[in-house]
Design a protein around this ligand. Sequence first.
Ligand code: PEP
Length: 250
Amino acid sequence: MRRPIAAGNWKMNNNIDESEKLIVDLKALVKDVEDVEIVVAPPFTALSMVSSRLIGTNIKLASQNMHFESSGAYTGEVSVNMLVDVGCEYVIIGHSERRAYFAETNDTVNKKLKTAMNNDLTPIVCVGETLAQRESDKAFEVIEGQIKQGLSGISVEDAEKIVVAYEPIWAIGTGKTATKEQAQEVHAFIRKTLTAMFSDNAAAAIRILYGGSVKPENVDELMLQEDIDGVLVGGAALKAESFARIVKFQ
Ligand code: PEP
């Protein structure tokens, strides 16, 4: 019922040549995949080139970030119109690195989410707890706050189009993956929170991705979990072979 998504976040990696090689290799490796939505989020400088290579393929383009205002005096920022113009269909919002290093809050996440939805860009909203929060039994409280504040003021109809990514911060880029049980527990909790905010139907339609050291070796068991509808991948998305294997989870 929920179409799985495999999204690769290239972060601040790959110049234009490197991005071109990666996307050309990836295209060839996943060209026959039909049942998974494949998404790549290159750095801003490579969006235009990657976009041109994706025409007529089964891979969609995402931005790693955007500003919530549509235009104006925001030096260094990129607007939703610019992203749509370059061919983006998705935008990652509130990644933990943006929250930690660039002062993003649940409030800015909410503003960006609304701007994205008003412009038909599908948001991938990231939530997740730190290790300290998990160890002090605060994980669920933190995640509930991120969902409730981040997604506040959204209509039930719009809510169905949102993609949520659960990314425990202690598992990002560390090689530590949440166990499939830990991940499923949080995903089920997120869906319960979404049910209370919106409706059974909306919560059942929303795709919830897992992110945090996903690799070819652990993707299959994660994807077998009832409430895991896909993955958001960092490091393992930088190699065409490993990301292609993740896309072809079993
Ligand atoms: C990420 O940053 O979204 C991520 C999940 O990174 P990694 O796969 O490298 O842990």
